[in-house]
Design a protein around this ligand. Sequence first.
Ligand code: NAD
Length: 508
Amino acid sequence: MQKILTGFNIQAVNSGVSTGTTWLPAAGEPIVSSSPVDGKDIATVTSATRADYDAVVQKAAEAFGAWRQWPAPRRGEVVRQIGEALRTHKEALGRLVSYEMGKSLQEGYGEVQEMIDICDFAVGLSRQLHGLTMHSERPGHRMYEQWHPLGIAGIISAFNFPVAVWSWNSMLAWVCGDVCIWKPSEKTPLTALACQHIAATVFAANGVPEGVCCLVTGGREVGEWLAADTRIPLVSATGSTRMGKAVGAAVGARLGRALLELGGNNAIIISKDADLDMSLIGCVFGAVGTAGQRCTSTRRLIIHESVYETFKTKLVNAYKQLRIGDPLDEQHHVGPLIDRQAVDMYLQAIEKCKAEGGKFVVEGGVLEGKGYESGCYVKPAIAEVENGFSIVQHETFAPILYLIKYSHIEEAIALQNGVPQGLSSAIMTLNLREAEQFLSQAGSDCGIANVNIGTSGAEIGGAFGGEKETGGGRESGSDAWKAYMRRQTNTINYTDKLPLAQGIKFDL
Ligand code: NAD
């Protein structure tokens, strides 16, 4: 395991607070990073005190004054080099993600690839931070809009995508001219330290001032400082809906800008016209990939009554093939949950589901014995339920899949939309009418709606996020960059007259 870590210069006890290549002697609570793979403690990271935090914000504010003056394409060149550094470290960082968080090695590498992809996207974006021009109603006047850097972007991230979410935010924020302060999940501090080392080395080599790339490790309290801090115009927060409501309220109370990426309760509709064999792969990967710990994990299958039994049998047989174990061993399909607290939530959800009348067709349970010493490995489960069960309305961050039967497409869409969350959705169908109905304004109410693809596994080119209790934020591709900039409308008069808009007369 030492080999995984040495590449990042991570020793036994590390400061978790940095303004770039400088690491503050952080004096906050120690956080022990423990791997759900084998239950072993990996290293200890010290979190930020309020004084450490204030020192970082001060440094970031100073750095913003300089960084915003760098031409955007030059900032893009620095981000291009971060992408190159990530290519160099892809294998080691991917392994560390897998070991610290517990996702499969393939998904660990995939997460780093996503970081590289967003770097490439941001490099191109650095020459395309376009504003519009408008025709003025007044003669001899010109109107246009421009996008300016915003300031400090605070980034609060979740454990399940410990590094990709930071890169979605920071790479865009940097080309936009912002400086970043990252508060990673307290469950995955080491991957954050690794990213900080990689990015800060590139910044230093390019003569970028300290403070552009900052890290403040800590628990909820550090996130609360960011949310309430008037020096931070944008707080981008990824995590549970509970957290998002708290952050949204704190940022809103000071009229700051919050970008919220919260929980999902994602469904796939299996139509009577679906290609069932292809659908099976999308459903099983969506439900058990990352042990059901993706915001886009498939939680509900809404299946047409005419194919319900057939598809259920296919699912049950597929679940029998699943190999659960060490995610660093590529033979395994399913790794562990993040910690024992997550295992308790999974067990409670199973009990609640049964109490509400759910019928398990694939039973769950915690695995014990050799290879499962961490106590975090659970069996993916499948239950037949009603959409209205309170447990079904709730996001359980574990591999529990709910089956619901429908008879008409309108009913299926209503069931799909009939939850408080609105992140990802999909329909499996070869019927063009149904597919278009699902994508129409009267169809899925989610931020992501797919046809013949499952709910998880988004590409970086599109804007990512969801509606309702998912928080409404959009990150990554398309025009998500606009959240990281401030828009300024400019009107220029090149005449010797001063006509007023709307034809208002004002003569002296
Ligand atoms: P979590 O809400 O427990 O923690 C997320 C982050 O928020 C952590 O860094 C935590 O320290 C911080 N935090 C917690 N309470 C806070 C508060 N009151 N103020 C400020 N910061 C606070 O979430 P988690 O268990 O790490 O992650 C799982 C959740 O994240 C799931 O609900 C999942 O759907 C969601 N998620 C959403 C997306 C998305 O893009 N929509 C992506 C990944 C994960």
